[in-house]
Design a binder for this molecule. Structure first.
Ligand code: NDP
Length: 443
């Protein structure tokens, strides 16, 4: 008994240590990437030696203070954006969709208001209006990128603390451990809401991807203002980030069925990465292009990059749709939508599937007959195309690819472990039926 209590305490201590490390590294990483972009052309940089450590830290500190300290105006702009997205999310009419039964709440199914697509287009029209009327030229975001990034990081930390403390004080904390840091990191509540506003949906769908697209749009606006034209690689990044953001909005009704929604609590990890990490870290390819004189690649190379992006996007969009809509059709929540673009082969008629003792059915048709994670492979190929369009000179444009592959491998491992536990022998049958994980006939 005492030994088991000791094991639990050791595990929780390890978890808290890991949480502290990830929190520290996430902040340091964002600052490092910003410094690499702003002062080193996108190259890796480090102290000249041990004796240089002190002045290296001093230099970095001075650069951050001088070039990335947010003003109250920066905070005001960023918070206005957050509040507007919150209001649109809470009040625009939209499709009402039931999420999956939540195991930790006795199978309760939350209802989500899916109005992301109208919020997305309204925001684009509003931002274009502000830009072209001169009220808020979009390139302002590019010019003050560091300050906006820090404002987002500070805001994310403040929200994470407020949500944690709020859950504790109100007695609404769910599935708590005995370690405060671990719970702060993983979250105290599953789906905190303010009236009609689901905060997790707001952060994960609206804030994250909209911010990413607006950062890239601000890079294009800067390039146009500075050089009188928008280059091919910049157009590529606009298309890439438009497709990604648009896909999350147009298929929003499928998102409440994902693990993040019915299992992952809204803690520091999700809050920080949704508000700050994802949009700012993923935008460095656009920043890299915008910060140098416009460059072009040969026509065949450019066509290759676009073909890779569009091909990978097609597989990513349709594989996610096939899996999500298959499950939604089974549980009666599928609604045919006309959100743009609805791609051929997004739904499957009477697809082959495996019945399982756990009750859920596993799809073994469409893209899911070739690999068990076709959507991850396609996503990684999109990440590769974002790097390729920037050329091969520096590491910065490939950071996202490396980061994404590591993150998605970890996610795949975690998901497979969970599925093995859930499906038992049926999972082995599934693996026999679909033997490849990412790439058919290879791995
Ligand atoms: P998946 O789309 O891989 O879904 C995993 C879940 O789907 C499993 O837990 C299982 O849940 C169910 N499932 C697995 N195989 C099948 C099958 N054959 N048939 C039916 N259901 C199945 O996971 P994610 O939510 O991780 O990813 C969704 C998308 O988001 C991906 O394209 C990914 O690349 C992208 N993504 C992007 C990120 C980024 O930062 N850019 C971050 C994270 C994800 P069940 O218990 O219901 O069976």
């Amino acid at each position: 008994m005492t030994a088991r209590r000791g094991d639990d305490a050791a595990r929780e201590f390890g978890g808290a240590l890991g949480a502290g490390l990830i929190i520290t590294v996430s902040h340091a990483l964002m600052l490092y990437l910003w410094l690499a972009w702003r002062f080193h052309d996108g190259a890796v940089f480090y102290p000249a030696g041990l004796s240089d450590m002190g002045s290296f830290v001093g230099r970095v500190w001075e650069q951050v203070v001088a070039h990335a300290t947010p003003s109250w105006r920066t905070f005001a702009i960023y918070w206005t954006f957050l509040v507007v997205q919150g209001l649109l999310s809470a009040f625009l009419p939209g499709l009402k969709v039931k999420g999956l039964p939540i195991p930790s709440r006795g199978g309760e199914r939350l209802v989500y208001r899916c109005n992301g697509i109208s919020a997305w287009w309204l925001t684009l029209v509003g931002v274009a209006g502000l830009h072209f009327s001169g009220i808020f030229p979009l390139q302002t975001i590019y010019e003050q990128f560091g300050s906006f990034m820090i404002a987002a990081m500070v805001t994310a930390n403040a929200i994470a603390v407020a949500v944690y403390v709020g859950a504790r004080l109100s007695g609404n904390a769910e599935r708590s451990s005995s370690n405060i840091l671990h719970d702060f990191f993983m979250g105290a509540r599953l789906n905190p809401r303010i009236g009609e506003l689901d905060l997790k949906m707001w952060a994960e769908i609206r804030v994250s991807w909209l911010t990413l697209f607006l950062l890239t749009a601000s890079c294009a606006a800067h390039q146009y203002a500075a050089h009188g034209r928008v280059s091919g690689p910049m157009i590529f990044m606009i298309v890439a980030h438009f497709l990604y953001a648009n896909a999350c909005m147009k298929g929003e009704e499928g998102i409440p069925t994902t693990w993040d929604f019915f299992r992952e609590k809204w803690g520091w990890m999700l809050i920080f990465w949704n508000l700050a990490g994802v949009p700012f870290v993923y935008s460095f390819n656009s920043m890299y292009i915008a910060s140098r004189p416009p460059f072009e690649h040969s026509l065949p190379y450019t066509v290759f990059c676009f073909a890779l992006l569009c091909g990978a996007y097609y597989v990513w969009d349709t594989s996610n749709s096939q899996r999500i809509y298959f499950r939604m059709q089974l549980n009666g929540s599928y609604v045919k939508r006309r959100t743009f673009p609805q791609l051929p082969w997004r739904t499957l008629e009477n697809p082959r599937h495996l019945d399982t003792a756990a009750g859920s059915k596993l799809l073994i048709d469409g893209w899911w007959r070739y690999a068990r994670k076709p959507n991850y492979t396609a996503d990684a190929l999109m990440a590769l195309s974002w790097g390729l369009i920037c050329g091969f000179e520096y590491f910065l444009p490939y950071f996202y690819l490396v980061f994404f592959v590591i993150m998605i491998l970890h996610r795949a491992r975690r998901d497979i472990e969970r599925c093995k536990r859930k499906y038992g022998a049926d999972w082995d049958r599934y693996v026999e039926e679909v033997p490849y994980l990412f790439i058919p006939r290879v791995y």
